[in-house]
Design a protein around this ligand. Sequence first.
Ligand code: HEC
Length: 135
Amino acid sequence: MKTVPLRAATVLTASSAAFLIIALSMTSASAAGDATKGRADFVRECALCHTIGKDEPNRYGPNLFGIVGRAAASVPGYRYSPAFRSSANWVWKEDVLGAWLSSPATMVPASRISVFEGVADRDKDDIIAYLAAQK
Ligand code: HEC
């Protein structure tokens, strides 16, 4: 009697593994990022703290219009945390944004964004494509 549930479990595991492989290969196929999906992700995951339209006011975080290609910590009128201001000495490029969005607390441990634990890998490229298009 024991073999029946065991077999069922094995079948289930095998098929979920197959599903996972399919899902993973679909993700990597769209490495360039989909800005339309990224917009929805931005609204869900970032808009609580950030505006992105030109000349929109800063919120808890700075306005992100034109962020790709801009020096970090350079939004006029936004009071960055001392930790961010003193250590963020890079220009925001896609790869730097990728590292930041995966884990801001790893890049700047005492940054004020650090309550935000980062985005899922599957959303990252889409969000970056959306950010890059706002300029
Ligand atoms: C809980 C609020 C919060 C959320 C959610 C959040 N951020 Fe932030 N973000 C901040 C704060 C605050 C800062 C400024 C950090 C500092 O001064 O220490 C910041 C800084 C940034 C910066 C650097 C800006 C600059 O001028 O150099 C980028 C880029 C950024 N966030 C992108 C995002 C994106 C994209 C998302 C969504 C995936 C997101 N953030 C979600 C609060 C947030």
